[in-house]
Design a binder for this molecule. Structure first.
Ligand SMILES: [Zn+2]
Length: 288
């Protein structure tokens, strides 16, 4: 927060400030022709499986490359914290920061969920969003952010002094321990910054602090993805519920979430460009 100003404004400040903004990562060159194919293909989806995520808990799910999956609101307004891994290599996982740098603070239809270095490819593309009507509100708030990290017991302890065990970070860790047979250290290390599904967030105008508001999500709403490689997903039903009051506690009313997996006949995916890991040679200036 830039509240305290101890340094004197220089006399030549006019020359140094007020420049025009330049988008850091122009994304016009990112492949988006796939979207036309995916939007047509999604009219032929067949449901294969579903997983219910209990409130204040998390579950894992697998999605094969070429299948779709949905995160759905089922019983009441509830936000979800999503982790994604390449199913055969957990070192390749969703990179929230770079996805944000490419697409902005909140993502929706056509945006891709990029993976960590040195892979940096799309793990999944968003193909439908029943909340895209919300757009950005007068406070700059919107849904499905890649600016938050995940609620966690360490920050909660730092701020409130309490030990709380059902934050999304712990829920995601617990799901990997229970369902993937990892030990706590292994699991906790690979849990990463999430896509905040359905969460309504932004930065305050004055202090630029991360804010949340009650999510507009209602039962029947969903966010749909196309899996571009075999995926392991982990979804936590956040203890914040709709995040309209507080999180990192048992105070908010919480509801389950549903993940459903859908297949489509390969013929509908004809012409789709595959998502490949980065072709950068990893020289890093070390090889002469
Ligand atoms: Zn949470």
């Amino acid at each position: 927060m830039k509240i305290n100003k101890f340094s004197k404004k220089p006399t030549n400040f006019k020359e140094r400030a007020g420049k025009k903004t330049i988008v850091c990562y122009p994304n016009d060159n990112l492949e988006n022709k796939n979207l036309d194919i995916l939007l047509k293909a999604r009219n032929h989806l067949k449901k294969k499986d579903e997983v219910i995520i209990p409130p204040r808990d998390a579950k894992t799910f697998n999605v094969k490359s070429g299948n779709f999956f949905r995160v759905e609101s089922v019983e009441g307004p509830q936000v979800g914290d999503l982790n994604l891994f390449q199913a055969n290599n957990f070192d390749e996982k969703f990179y929230s920061g770079k996805t944000r740098a490419l697409y902005g603070t909140h993502i929706s239809v056509g945006d891709k969920m990029y993976s960590s270095f040195p892979y940096l490819r799309s793990l999944a593309t968003i193909t439908w969003d029943t909340l895209d009507w919300y757009d950005y509100d007068e406070d700059g708030g919107s849904v499905h952010d890649v600016i938050g990290t995940r609620c966690d017991p360490y920050t909660s302890k730092l701020i409130s002094g309490n030990d709380y065990h059902y934050c999304c970070h712990s829920n995601l860790t617990r799901a990997l321990v229970h369902e993937k047979g990892m030990n706590i250290n292994e699991a906790e290390k690979i849990v990463h910054d999430v896509l905040n599904v359905f969460m309504l967030t932004g930065f305050t105008n004055d202090t630029k602090q991360y804010f949340m508001k009650a999510s507009p999500v209602r039962p029947g709403d969903y966010l749909e993805f196309f899996a571009e490689t075999d995926l392991l997903g982990v979804l936590s039903a956040c203890p914040g519920g709709d995040c309209g009051s507080e999180h990192s506690s048992d105070v908010a009313k919480c509801f389950p979430l549903k993940v459903s997996i859908w297949s489509v006949d390969r013929k509908y995916l004809d012409g789709l460009k595959t998502s490949n890991i980065s072709s950068y040679n990893r020289d890093h200036g070390l090889i002469k």
